[in-house]
Design a protein around this ligand. Structure first.
Ligand code: SF4
Length: 254
């Protein structure tokens, strides 16, 4: 079995605690409107490197002793859950921690063995907009979404998605919850309420609010995003709202 790799960043300090090697896999199961790594979405492996576990470990070893761990991002890492179990077991033997940066759309029963060997998840909560859903989600996920229960027509957040967050929180596997803020795209107040409800028993777990921006997006994505880019003031207001709903640790990126 081989892992399709889009790129490896030997040293990163924005993908979890400490200096880490970030590994970006190729292939995602959704298609976010604001995706800045949209070249990682296709499951087309013709132009990417395919690594065995041994080859990955060799890459990681080259960065020691300057890293505390590895973070697998993407794309969506949980698509490769079987490979990652072997990789994480080997990385743990080297004293490294293993994180996953996930969009949260996975079948937790199917990937449970991976969850058990993952130290922490960076978990993206996705507020799902309706009007732009053609661009927001690929047909692949739209098919699945037909069977995914939305909490309400108006604010559209997937219950399965939130149930995955709840499960990881109960296992103490969440390092950080992230929300990319698109103004007027989903009902942000409701989305914040849902997150607050999940974090109320975990006051030390931070929510990171990230102001969406269009820099570096493909022209069609940038066009569709028009009108949904919040001002800095909007982000500060959302931050205050999150505090008022009881979230205690909040970072925001303007
Ligand atoms: S989950 Fe991440 S990689 Fe996948 S489409 Fe969304 S932003 Fe892009």
């Amino acid at each position: 079995m081989k892992l399709p790799i889009h790129r490896i960043i030997p040293f990163s300090n924005v993908e979890g605690i400490g200096n880490r090697t970030s590994i970006f896999v190729q292939g995602c199961n959704i298609n976010c409107l604001y995706c800045h790594n949209s070249e990682t979405i296709p499951k087309d492996f013709t132009s990417v490197h395919l690594f065995t576990v041994e080859e990955m470990i060799k890459e990681i070893k080259a960065n020691m002793p300057f890293i505390r761990g590895i973070t697998v991002s993407g794309g969506e890492p949980t698509l490769y859950h079987k490979f990652l179990i072997d990789l994480f077991n080997e990385a743990h033997k080297m004293g490294l921690t293993c994180y996953i940066d996930s969009n949260g759309f996975f079948d937790k029963n199917q990937i449970n063995d991976l969850i058990q060997v993952t130290d922490k998840f960076l978990f993206d909560v996705k507020g799902i907009g309706k009007s732009l859903n053609k661009l927001c989600f690929s047909n692949f996920l739209l098919e699945n979404l037909n069977s995914v229960k939305m909490k309400s027509e108006r604010f559209t957040i997937s219950q399965e998605h939130i149930s995955n967050l709840k499960y990881l929180l109960s296992l103490n596997k969440i390092e950080e919850v992230r929300l990319v803020y698109l103004k007027g795209y989903y009902n942000e107040e409701k989305v914040i309420e849902v997150i607050a409800n999940e974090l109320k028993n975990y006051p030390d777990i931070p929510l990171k609010i990230i102001r969406v921006h269009a820099r570096g997006l493909t022209p069609s994505r940038a066009k569709a995003l028009k009108g949904h880019i919040p001002s800095k003031l909007d982000v500060e207001k959302l931050n205050k709202l999150a505090y008022s709903k009881g979230i205690q640790q909040i970072n925001y990126i303007l």
